[in-house]
Design a protein around this ligand. Structure first.
Ligand code: SF4
Ligand code: MG
Length: 326
């Protein structure tokens, strides 16, 4: 199984006073079967837009998305039914995504029933199995969403997604609304399920500390483009792009105290009027004259599996890396 391939994805998110807004520009990525890819960046970087394109909810203005070699049908296509059984999305707010008047067992059973994936009796048994798989009791099937905590509701959302036996899961800030200790529990559950079920997933998060333990590779996004693509190990040991380093420095890490917390200077520029050249240049401590006029392309860093889009990578020796609090 080749997994997921995205090639040259562009997404224009409408026009404003004559200028076109690029939510995504030339995004090319692949996720091997059984792999978990992280998509990381600040809000507005395009990571959720990309997640919705992968899920078929948004149509790209250009480019192709292939799942196991076949094009993903987008919302305008006539193949949406089939698509929804193959890609399942898990959202940030489990309460908003669960029908408050529907017993959770019915919520989990709804997809398989609508898509006739199993007989009624099999579906009932499957609901109980799934609830147990996500660490809840089978008997909870008869309860309503409000009877569960936030963490339990996210477990239910995971069970509902798994009920469809998807080829790909897209998790969009799936633990962002949970307390840190509950986040860890849900992430551990995800890791356990991933091993058991050999899941393929795209894991979207603004939080590098969340991504660290669940992803094999990570793509860092800034203003609609990928600026760094690396294995999780290389990214956390040797981040390359100045934006990635700034993201690390802006994460308050346990034990490092307040002094280590360095918010990224400046605002995220408006996508209506993105900076020319490297879009990060107004905020980049390393920016030079070339950065204001020439777009840096993703290129491999010598001696690493990482690719990075930064003019400082041109020497072939990678970008000088200071240590970051990890
Ligand atoms: Fe900074 Fe220039 Fe590299 Fe952009 S290309 S990240 S502005 S050094
Ligand atoms: Mg988002």
């Amino acid at each position: 199984k080749p997994g997921l391939v995205m090639r040259g994805i562009d997404r224009l998110s409408g026009k404003s006073s004559g200028s076109t807004v690029h939510a995504l520009s030339d995004v090319t990525l692949s996720v091997a079967a059984g792999e978990v890819l992280g998509l990381v960046g600040e809000s507005g970087c395009g990571k959720s837009t990309l997640g919705r394109i992968i899920s078929g909810i948004y149509t790209p203005s250009d480019g192709r998305v292939l799942l196991d070699g076949a094009p993903v049908a987008h919302a305008r296509g006539n193949n949406v039914e089939k698509l929804t059984t193959r890609v399942q999305m898990i959202h940030q707010d489990p309460f908003a995504s669960l029908n408050p008047r529907m017993k959770v067992g019915e919520t989990i059973a709804e997809g398989p029933r609508v898509h006739k994936l199993a007989s009624a009796g099999d579906v009932r048994k499957r609901v109980r199995d799934l609830l147990q798989q996500v660490g809840l009791e089978g008997a909870y099937a008869d309860r309503l969403p409000h009877q569960f905590s936030g963490g339990q509701r996210q477990r239910i959302a995971i069970a509902r997604a798994l009920a469809m036996e998807p080829d790909l899961l897209v998790l969009d800030e799936a633990v962002a609304s949970l307390d840190v200790s509950i986040q860890a529990q849900v992430l551990n559950l995800f890791m356990e399920l991933r091993r058991k079920l050999d899941l393929t997933a795209v894991f979207i998060s603004h939080d590098l500390s969340v991504v660290r333990h669940v992803c094999d590779r990570v793509a860092i996004m800034y203003l609609g483009r990928i600026v760094e693509l690396a294995s999780a190990r290389e990214l956390y040991e040797k981040p390359q792009h100045p934006y990635t380093k700034a993201l690390f420095a802006s994460v308050p890490t346990l034990g490092t105290g307040r002094a280590a917390f360095q918010p990224i200077k400046g605002e995220i520029p408006s996508p209506l009027d993105p900076p020319k050249g490297c879009a990060f240049h107004p905020r980049c401590p390393m920016a030079g004259p070339r950065c204001k006029v020439e777009l840096p392309l993703l290129k491999p860093v010598t001696g690493m599996a990482t690719t990075v889009a930064c003019h400082l990578n041109d020497g072939g020796t990678g970008i000088k890396t200071g240590s970051h609090a990890a």
